[in-house]
Design a protein around this ligand. Structure first.
Ligand code: SAH
Length: 354
């Protein structure tokens, strides 16, 4: 994997330490330089080669001409007055923008990152997919969302969720390299157990991920407990049925020992009845999954509405009665463009009109 940007240059932040050693050897450099360079990028979070002051100037110049070094430029930031959540819009080197979110919880700070520019999965309630897929992000571009936020907030990031724009398993190799670099003890060393990857349910890639035996949490966006209902919300359900997804979840649990989370966005009058809850419990029970209920965040392009608060509570109680471990996702940053992809979308729409 060359990890090339669109100008055909290798992105140096996407390389592993051993790849970096090989690259530097090819440039006639001593092996310890790779370690220094890696530390600058992944621990000291240097923004450019210029900052890497213990590297000889000649080497820095050589690196700058041979490799691209991802940096993101903040183009917007919204901060919630309610809970301090900050939503960032970052421009990539090629001018496309991605959004990332910083959330402060009692147990530490969490960053939600995007894995692709746009998305091709087409989930009906999601704003990220309305303009289709532009491209997948490089590992360095995913890392840099965490690094940039860590620098901008001046605070340690303890949790990372890959739940922003994009389908992470549709950008599989980049995702796995990103996870390797993020958890590396020579980098930010974020514990794998504090990382969650959310998928709309690409069953073959879920099984492949199981075999990587990472200790991350895998979250499956289920949103419906029957194939028919799921197909009405998520086109990907035409490719992989619930039976196949449950098989993939079982394999993930067997290979990693990690319980799966089911995400279930409650859409008023669509998937929020007692019967829906009963069917969901029947799926989650045998796998001992955790269920995370998300009141749907309405987007203006679709007429989906949130379930009433009372219904959400009944739904939760039904699951609990069936022995399911369930939480309702706290809505963070309600007063800022909350739903996935909304900030990027409103930015692009403004951009087109001026
Ligand atoms: N592609 C991945 C990750 C991105 S979305 C996935 O599908 O899991 C993260 C979660 O937010 C998913 O469960 C997604 O279905 C959900 N989501 C997207 N838009 C939403 C909205 N408007 N309201 C509620 N949940 C939404």
């Amino acid at each position: 994997m060359a990890w090339e940007n669109r100008n055909g240059k290798t992105d140096i932040k996407s390389l592993s330490l051993s790849e970096l050693e090989q690259e530097l050897a090819a440039l006639g450099e001593k092996p310890f330089r790779a370690g220094q360079l890696y530390q600058w990028m992944h621990q000291k979070l240097a923004r450019s080669y210029k900052d890497m002051t213990n590297l000889p100037k000649g080497l820095r110049e050589k690196l700058a001409s041979a490799y691209a070094c991802t940096t993101l430029r903040q183009v917007q930031m919204q901060e919630s007055r309610i809970d301090g959540t900050r939503k960032f819009l970052f421009a990539l080197e090629d001018g496309h923008v991605v959004e990332s979110v910083w959330m402060r919880y009692k147990h530490g700070n969490s960053v939600c990152i995007s894995s692709q520019v746009g998305c091709r999965m087409g989930c009906r309630f999601c704003a990220s997919t309305l303009g289709g897929l532009v491209r997948g992000l490089l590992p360095g571009e995913m890392l840099d969302q965490v690094y940039a936020i860590s620098l901008l907030t001046g605070e340690r990031v303890s949790n990372v969720v890959v739940m922003g724009t994009g389908e992470p398993l549709d950008n599989y190799d980049s995702l796995v390299r990103f996870l390797e670099l993020l958890t590396d003890e020579k980098g930010l060393h974020i514990s794998a157990r504090n990382i969650t990857v959310s998928t709309c349910g690409l069953a073959p890639q879920m099984r492949k991920l199981a075999r990587e035996k990472l200790q991350i949490t895998l979250a499956l966006s289920l949103h419906a407990a029957t194939d028919e209902k799921r197909r009405s919300l998520m086109p990907v359900a035409n490719r992989y049925g619930i039976g196949e997804l449950m098989e993939a979840c079982r394999e993930y649990f067997e290979q990693t020992g990690r319980r799966i989370t089911f995400e279930y966005s409650l859409v008023g009058g669509v998937n929020d009845t007692r019967e829906d809850a009963r069917l969901l419990a029947a799926l989650a029970g045998p796998l001992r999954c955790h269920v995370n209920l998300i009141p749907v965040n309405p987007i203006k392009e679709r007429d989906y509405v949130q379930s009433e608060a009372g219904r959400i509570q009944v739904f939760k109680n039904m699951l609990e009665k069936n022995g399911i471990n369930v939480t309702i996702r706290r809505e963070m940053g309600r007063d800022i463009d909350g739903a996935c992809g909304q900030l990027r979308r409103s930015y692009m729409q403004e951009d087109q009109t001026c």
